[in-house]
Design a protein around this ligand. Structure first.
Ligand code: NAP
Length: 414
């Protein structure tokens, strides 16, 4: 059994095993959980209760999640005197699948966001954000129900890699000088400079995960979203490498949009997935105007950041949007909102985001029946207009319920 500095792993339950992308899930998997700061304490309690009830209803005593509390953020500071202890990384890496509430970003003194640190240290290269509509949720568009996409955003490269130099520093002067003398590129002396790396390796592992997801979940298309008309060797290359990967590894299951019209008269053959691409600015229009034409999306980091929130806003669900950060072995599912400290410990906020992230987690480990119970319960609860303050203030005739009561209503509605 794995040794920790200050933690003791549960004696009941077993580890989820992964090898070569295949997962073996025991009946009682141990799942590390980071409660989170602020409202994390409110929402995680409710999420655990809802998940436990769904698993019990779906499988009786046969299956059970053995939660393993690990520390990050304020509770880690108290226990370990550091924000993100090694024990936490170790537990997530070892047990493979984990659930996480929001964490405060420590202020001042060169602190990186703890969320970013977790993704970088564990090399969770894909940020996965499913966006769909729940009937009854107030949305700013006429047909929010047309949205049902899963966005795979590359998490480690692009301008987010953190390779940049501040204006006026000796470092940036050196970079500008090097580019001028060695590459013949003129950059204004008073510039700051950032680097946008996009690699074959980074692109192919992300597009592979997106296409595999589309196959596993019976989706009909995968769209590469890029700005390759302008940034040819980064964004354009992302698109080209995506198509290349589809040909190399998924020739039996994918066809390109061009082939759909040239070889199949526009009729998608049974069992095939269309691979296509869209320029990022056009995509931000199309996701609004031709929403139901999109399904699975794979995109570099910056585009993915914009697109995930824009899509979530369209269905009114930005406060309920779930997310997961994954690599081929480890998956960390998390609420996408922050710690909203002014509401902490009041049992009032919406636990939808963390509950739906837990649904992603259940689907990931193959416990679809439990996941479906929660989705059904949530849909019914929203239709009954028993909602937390954030939705109640936007819905006519709604009943305002507490975080915990919302969870109870979901369970009653299984
Ligand atoms: P925030 O915590 O997301 O809160 C902003 C506002 O969003 C809240 O005041 C509230 O709006 C609404 N909100 C967020 N979660 C909600 C929920 N579950 N139910 C209902 N309403 C909700 O953003 P922030 O105030 O910018 O950030 C606070 C801290 O969280 C910072 O330290 C930040 O770094 C951190 N953060 C962490 C993560 C993460 O862990 N993934 C993500 C983002 C931010 P109303 O007041 O209008 O009701």
């Amino acid at each position: 059994m794995i040794e920790f500095e200050q933690l003791t792993a549960p004696t009941e339950g077993e580890r989820i095993h992964t090898s070569n992308g295949q997962m073996a899930v025991p009946n009682k998997p141990i799942i590390p959980v980071i409660e989170g700061d602020g409202i994390g304490r409110d929402i995680m309690k409710t999420a655990r209760r809802v998940v436990d009830a769904a698993v019990q209803t779906a499988y009786g005593d046969k299956n059970q999640i053995i939660w393993f509390d690990v520390y990050a953020g304020e509770n880690a500071m108290e226990k370990y005197n550091e924000w993100l202890p090694q024990d936490t990384f170790k537990a997530i890496e070892y047990f493979r699948v984990a659930l996480k509430g929001p964490l405060t970003t420590p202020v001042g003194g060169g602190h990186r966001s703890l969320n970013v640190s977790l993704r970088q240290v564990l090399e969770l290269y894909a940020c996965v954000r499913p966006v769909r509509y729940f009937q009854g949720v107030p949305a700013p568009v006429t047909h929010p129900e047309k949205m049902d996409v899963v966005i795979f955003r590359e998490n480690t490269e692009d301008v987010y890699a953190g390779i940049e130099w501040e204006q006026g520093t000796p470092e940036v002067k050196k970079v500008i000088e090097l580019l001028r003398t060695e590459m013949g590129v003129e950059i204004r002396e008073d510039s700051g400079v950032g680097v946008k790396p996009i690699s074959i390796f980074g692109t192919k592992r992300l597009t592979r995960m997106a296409i595999q997801y589309a196959i596993d979940h019976g989706r009909r298309s995968v769209t590469f979203v890029h700005k390759g008309n302008i940034m040819k060797y980064t964004e354009g290359a992302f698109c080209a490498w995506g198509y290349e990967l589809a040909k190399e590894e998924f020739a039996d299951t994918t066809i390109t949009e061009a082939e759909l019209y040239s070889d199949y008269d526009g009729n998608l053959p049974e069992g095939k997935i269309i691979v296509n691409d869209r320029i990022a600015d056009s995509m931000l229009q199309q996701i609004l105007t031709r929403t139901d034409e999109y399904d699975v999306i794979a995109t570099p980091n910056l585009n993915g950041d914009y697109l995930s929130d824009a899509a979530a806003a369209q269905v009114g669900g930005i406060g309920m949007a779930p997310g997961g950060n994954l690599n081929d072995e480890v998956a960390l599912f998390e609420a996408t909102h922050g710690t909203a400290p002014k509401y902490a410990d009041q049992d009032v906020v919406n636990p939808g985001s963390i509950i739906l992230s837990a649904v992603m987690m259940l689907e990931h480990i193959g416990w679809q029946e439990a996941a479906d119970l929660i989705i059904g319960g949530l849909e019914k609860t929203i239709l009954q207009k028993r909602v937390t303050y954030d939705l109640e203030r936007l819905m006519e005739g709604a009943t305002k319920v507490r975080t915990s009561e919302f969870g109870t209503a979901i369970i009653e509605n299984f």
